[in-house]
Write a protein that binds this ligand. Structure first.
Ligand code: BGC
Length: 471
């Protein structure tokens, strides 16, 4: 017997659970990404790390991320969304708990690779699961919630690592506690995952309509909402099918793929993760230690991701990308100049260049957080035609991790060899290229439907005009 639509508009408790698990997936991404900055000194004290060892321990997360992102599409299809999330939750929990035992460096590095693998899976499966399971009215905000949780994760682990490092002076005590913080949130995600329903869309793909209806019965209000959702899923399932990797050889797809690849490449080449990972080290080169050096980057990053969420709809994507790139360009030059006057003798550093460096980093992080951080992921989720969306997002995500890893693995050595200023000038050069690239090739995707954009793409419209309404 159909239930009455009495509770329309309200959400059921299970929807809250779904959102919380998504939040945990994003949080774990951030916890692992933000772990290094304020643990590097403690790690170095315990494991006697050389500079290349510091870099490779930091960067191996990205290598795991590349493999995780590559396999996540297959896992999500074969195991289902829920089991893939449980797998990621299990890896997060087991591997961070094992790291807390402080095994030898090669094993500890293997653990960080595995964490990266789990992050790679979570960063693909969580948004997918949400888009398929959360009620339509809150799907959009779920996507931004994921982004926001990444920056909150970076902030939380930075803060807890500072606190632990200051409270427990012995690295042998501090390090396990740092890993156990991640283990705690990972266990929440893993055990929380068991009460999640499977994605109704995946169940429908597998021909299990009855189970899909049962899940929708738990998340939606009333039979009419369920019927509507089922017919919507059926409509999509009978539409164009996912095309597989062969689609990259189709001209129209290749063009738009290059836009996504270059956007992700520039998102990393402007240097964000060098700041996220090594800001305390870099501030240390300028003789700055303490809470300001350790917490400025994660705090500004988290606070300015919030306005981005509404600005992206008000201003559009391209304007934000320009504003962010110009802010990063100017501040990277300022940081380079500040380091030039700082020189190599810490005793001779005056307060002016330190202040310039600090202000430059604050405005730089602001520039990234309101623009290139969220906008690149958003545009990459919008530009691909439906049949190639999975392939496009998998490839562009792998590009993101590849360049993130390259930077993390080389930044400190680069600064050692070429002087501290050099890397900032290099980043400012990439900002110039990024601005030119946005002007020439990136479409404005605000206010156009994905279908209209797909029509333009297949009609051979120039890339930067893809977001204009077809006439
Ligand atoms: C980037 C990450 C970065 C994070 C910082 C994301 O958009 O892809 O590499 O660590 O922003 O908030």
């Amino acid at each position: 017997m159909p239930e009455p639509d009495h509770a329309k508009g309200g959400y059921k408790a299970i929807v809250l659970v779904i959102c919380s698990v998504a939040a945990l997936g994003g949080l774990l991404f951030g916890l692992d990404q933000g772990f290094i900055a304020n643990s590097l000194e403690t790690l170095t004290a315990h494991y006697h790390l050389t500079v290349p060892q510091k870099e490779s321990y930091s960067a191996i997360l990205a290598t795991g991320g590349i493999v995780g992102a590559l396999l996540s599409g297959v896992l999500a299809r074969v195991l289902g969304r829920k089991k893939s999330l449980l797998l990621a939750g299990f890896i997060f929990t087991a591997v961070s708990a094992y790291s807390a035992l402080l095994p030898d460096l090669p094993i500890l590095s293997a653990c960080r690779f595995a964490l990266g693998f789990a992050v790679g899976i979570a960063s693909f499966v969580v948004p997918l699961y949400l888009s398929e399971t959360a009620p339509a009215a809150i799907r959009g905000s779920m996507g931004t919630l994921f982004q926001l949780m990444i920056t909150i994760g970076i902030f939380v682990i930075s803060l807890s690592n500072v606190y632990i490092a200051r409270t427990f002076v012995s690295p042998g005590t501090a390090l396990p506690l740092m890993f156990l913080i991640i283990t705690f949130f990972a266990a929440l995600m893993f055990f929380g995952g068991f009460i999640l329903p499977e994605s109704p869309r995946w169940l429908m793909i597998k021909g299990r309509k009855q189970q899909a209806v049962a899940v929708l019965g738990r998340t939606l209000n009333g039979q009419s909402e369920i019927d509507l959702e089922i017919s919507e899923i059926e409509r999509v399932l009978h539409g164009p099918k996912g095309a597989g990797f062969g689609i990259i050889f189709r001209g129209y797809f290749f063009r738009v793929l290059m836009v996504g690849i270059l956007l992700q490449m520039f998102q990393q080449l402007v240097g964000i993760n060098v700041m996220i990972y090594y800001a305390p080290t870099i501030f240390g080169f300028a003789g700055m230690k303490g809470i300001v050096a350790m917490m400025t980057v994660p705090t500004v990053n988290m606070l300015f991701t919030l306005p981005a969420i509404s600005l992206v709809e008000k201003w559009g994507r391209k304007k934000l990308l320009y504003v962010g790139a110009v802010a990063m360009l100017v501040t990277m030059i300022a940081a380079g100049v500040a380091f030039q006057s700082i020189g190599t003798d810490p005793a001779a550093i005056t307060s002016t260049p330190r202040l310039i460096l600090l202000l430059a980093v604050i405005v730089y992080i602001f520039g990234f957080a309101v623009s290139w951080g969220p906008v690149v992921w958003l545009v990459c989720s919008e530009i691909f035609p439906l049949e190639g969306r999975e392939v496009g997002m998998t490839i562009t995500t792998m590009v993101n991790w590849t360049f993130a890893g390259l930077l993390m693995a080389n930044a400190l050595t680069f600064m050692e060899r070429h002087g501290n200023s050099s890397i900032f000038y290099l980043f400012s050069g990439f900002c110039v290229l990024a601005i030119a690239f946005v002007a020439l090739f990136v479409p404005e995707t605000k206010g156009i439907t994905l279908e209209e954009m797909e029509f333009n793409l297949k009609d051979g419209v120039a890339l930067r005009d893809l977001g204009k309404r077809p006439s």
